[in-house]
Design a protein around this ligand. Structure first.
Ligand code: FES
Length: 123
């Protein structure tokens, strides 16, 4: 069994911002070709900031923990700041991941960029 951090366990056992926003300003998907897991993010933008963000995911415990962490990190960021949120930062927010689970944090980065692109395309 993998050893996981208290931050990881907290996000996995009590995921933040789960669900979807009705009529969102942007929708983004992230997917892992390695395992076919996915993350769907919906965002609400107000005054150039992420005012609300929700996630749904099909994936392993690391996917759930990092998806939750992605929403916490992204909330209240400006669009420009959110575009720069990296998988490394997401991984750090859950106290690190084992080598075989590092790809799971890519879902958050990918889905957030995709949601922002969707928002920018709708403007
Ligand atoms: S093993 Fe698929 S996202 Fe973690």
């Amino acid at each position: 069994m993998d050893l996981v951090s208290p931050e990881f366990l907290d996000h996995f056992m009590n995921p933040r911002n789960h669900g979807t926003i009705e009529d969102p300003d942007g929708t983004g998907m992230g997917g892992s070709p390695e395992c076919e897991d996915w993350l769907l993010l919906t965002i609400r933008i107000e005054d150039g900031r992420i005012a609300d963000i929700r996630f749904q995911c099909r994936g392993c415990s690391a996917a759930i923990a990092t998806s939750s962490a992605t929403t916490v990190l992204a909330k209240d960021l400006t669009i420009e700041e959110a575009e720069l949120l990296s998988a490394d930062e997401i991984e750090k927010a859950v106290g690190g991941l084992s080598e075989d689970k590092r790809h799971c944090s890519l879902l958050g980065e990918e889905a957030l960029k995709d949601a922002i692109n969707d928002y920018m395309g709708r403007k």
